[in-house]
Design a protein around this ligand. Structure first.
Ligand code: SAH
Ligand code: SF4
Ligand code: F3S
Length: 439
C-alpha cells in the first residue's frame, strides 16, 4: 500500500529548497507526495521565524492538525526549520502540541530519516535540536518541485548580525559549499534540462570568504561556462560586499540575469547604523551606480523595513526618497517585527504598530506607482520569457523575463520549460500580457 507525505513550507527560498530535500528524504523512505494533509501518513511543517506573523502562521496550522491526529493516530507529524531552532521554542512546541511526533532543528535535517525510523518504534516524541557545528549539508538528493528553475545552495548561515534579524541565531555561522560541488551540481541540473539555476545564500557576495576557494564572481563565471542555454540568478546580495568585479561579470556573461536583489532596509544613515548594515545611503547608491555603469538596463529589487526602533518621520521620508532615486523594479516591504534575542529587541524607541502601518501603506503606494510605470514601458517590446506554467484562472501560460517581470500569453503545452519571445501588448499593474511571436 502506498504511503503519502505532505509538506507545508514557510519563509524564504532557502526553506523552499530545504523542503525539496525533505521530500527527497521521504521519497527515499517510500513515501509519495499528496495534496492534502488529511491523506498523508507523514506531515512536515518546515517553519520560519523571520517575523512574528510567520511564527503565528505555523503555530496556527500545527494547531489545526490536532483533530486529524486524534482520528489518524499512526500519522506522523514533524516540525522542523528556523522556528524550532530558537532557544526554548522546541519545548514550547512540545508542550503546546504534545501530539507532534518529531521536532528537529535546522542543523539536523540530515538525520530526519533516522528520526522517522526511531519514531516508528516508540511512543515518545523525538526532539532533537543540534547546535551549529559548522557543517555543510551535502549528499541529500532533493526532489525538485520548481522546474524549470532549480535552487542551488552555495552558502549556509550568516555572520552579519543585522540587529533586527534572527537568521544568524537560527541558521548559524556562514559556511560555503566547495565550488567543485556547486559546479558539479549545476552541470547535473543543466544536463537534466533545468533552464534556470538560482544560487542561494543569505549573503552570496561573501561566498568562500576566508577560505582558499574561488570568489563569488569567479564561481559565477565557471557556472556560466557550462554548455547549454540556461539562466543564472542569485540571492541575496549584501550591499556591503557587492563589488565592481561582480557588476562586471554580470554585465559580461549573457547567462547571468540582469537583475540584482540588493536589500537596502532603510534610507536613513542613522537607522542603517542602528541596524548594523555597515553602509551609508551614499555608499549604497554608489553600488547601484557601478552596477548600472556596466549594465545600464539592470533591474534592481530590494527589501525595506519600516518602523525600526527610533525611526522618525524624517528617517522614513528619507527611505521614500531613496526608493524614488534608486528606481527599483520591485521592493519587498516589511513592518519591523521584534525578535527575541536580537540586539534591536532591547532598543528604546520601539514604534507603535499604527505608526508603522501608516508608513508601510505610504511606502507601498510609492513602490507600486514606480512598478506600474516601469511595466508600461514594456508595451510594444519583445521580451524573452522562460515559460514556467499555465494559469488555470486566466487560461494563459506565464513566465518571467530575465529581470523577473511576469508575463502572460496564450501558448501550447510544449512551451512549458522553454524560452519564448513574447511581444507585450498590455501592462496591468505588475503583470504583462502579450503574444508569442516565435511559435
Ligand atoms: N539575507 C538577506 C535577507 C534575509 S531575510 C539579506 O541580508 O538581505 C529577508 C528580509 O526580511 C530582510 O531583507 C529584511 O528586510 C526582512 N527582515 C528580517 N528580519 C526582520 C524583522 N525582524 N522584521 C521585519 N523584517 C525583517
Ligand atoms: Fe539577516 Fe542581515 Fe544576515 Fe540578511 S545579512 S540574514 S538580514 S543578519
Ligand atoms: Fe528563511 Fe525564515 Fe529561516 S526567512 S532563513 S526560513 S527564518
Amino acid at each position: 500500500m502506498s504511503k503519502y507525505y505532505h509538506i507545508t513550507t514557510y519563509g524564504c527560498q532557502m526553506n523552499v529548497h530545504e523542503s525539496e530535500k525533505i521530500a527527497g528524504i521521504l521519497s527515499g523512505l517510500g513515501y509519495e507526495s499528496c495534496e492534502n494533509a488529511e491523506d498523508a501518513d507523514i506531515v512536515v511543517f518546515n517553519t520560519c521565524c523571520i517575523r512574528e506573523n510567520a511564527e503565528n502562521h505555523a503555530f496556527g496550522n500545527i494547531g489545526m492538525l490536532k483533530k486529524l491526529k486524534a482520528r489518524k493516530k499512526d500519522m506522523i507529524i514533524a516540525v522542523g526549520g528556523c522556528l524550532t531552532q530558537q532557544i526554548g521554542k522546541a519545548d514550547v512546541l512540545h508542550s503546546k502540541f504534545p501530539y507532534v511526533d518529531i521536532i528537529f532543528g535546522t542543523h539536523n535535517l540530515g538525520k530526519l530519516k533516522d528520526y522517522i525510523l526511531k519514531k516508528q518504534t516508540r511512543k515518545k516524541a523525538v526532539i532533537e535540536i543540534e547546535e551549529d557545528c559548522g557543517a555543510v549539508c551535502e549528499g541529500i538528493e532533493p526532489l525538485r518541485t520548481s522546474y524549470p528553475n532549480a535552487w542551488l545552495n552555495i552558502t549556509y548561515g550568516c555572520n552579519n548580525f543585522c540587529t533586527y534579524c534572527i537568521v544568524p541565531y537560527v541558521r548559524g555561522r556562514e559556511r560555503s559549499r566547495r565550488s567543485e560541488d556547486i559546479i558539479k551540481e549545476a552541470k547535473y541540473l543543466v544536463s537534466l534540462g533545468y533552464k534556470e539555476i538560482t544560487l542561494l545564500g543569505q549573503n552570496v557576495n561573501s561566498y568562500a570568504n576566508g577560505t582558499d576557494d574561488i570568489s563569488f564572481p569567479e564561481l559565477l563565471k565557471k557556472i556560466a561556462a557550462i554548455d547549454g542555454k540556461f539562466r543564472i540568478r542569485f540571492m541575496t546580495s549584501h550591499p556591503k560586499d557587492f563589488s565592481e568585479e561582480l557588476a562586471k561579470v554580470i554585465g559580461e556573461e549573457r547567462k547571468i540575469c540582469n537583475l540584482v536583489h540588493l536589500p537596502v532596509q532603510s534610507g536613513s544613515d542613522k537607522i542603517l547604523k542602528a541596524m548594523n548594515r555597515k553602509y551609508t545611503v551614499s555608499e549604497y547608491m554608489d553600488k547601484i551606480g557601478t552596477l548600472r555603469k556596466y549594465i545600464p538596463d539592470c533591474a534592481v529589487t530590494t527589501d525595506i523595513i519600516v518602523g525600526f526602533p527610533g525611526e522618525t518621520e524624517e528617517d522614513f521620508l528619507q527611505t521614500c526618497e531613496l526608493v524614488k532615486t534608486a528606481e527599483y523594479s520591485s521592493a519587498f516591504t516589511f513592518v519591523y517585527s521584534r525578535r527575541d534575542g536580537t540586539v534591536a529587541s532591547k532598543m528604546e524607541g520601539q514604534i507603535p504598530e499604527e505608526v508603522s502601518k501608516d508608513r508601510i501603506m505610504r511606502l507601498i503606494e510609492i513602490v507600486n506607482a514606480q512598478t506600474r510605470g516601469q511595466s508600461s514601458e514594456y508595451v510594444g517590446k519583445i521580451v524573452e520569457i522562460l515559460c514556467e506554467g499555465y494559469d488555470e484562472k486566466r487560461k494563459l501560460y506565464f513566465g518571467r523575463d530575465e529581470s523577473g517581470k511576469m508575463a502572460y500569453f496564450s501558448g501550447t503545452a510544449d512551451m512549458f520549460g522553454e524560452f519564448v519571445n513574447v511581444k507585450i501588448g498590455l501592462a496591468n499593474g505588475v503583470s504583462l500580457f502579450g503574444e508569442v511571436i516565435n511559435g
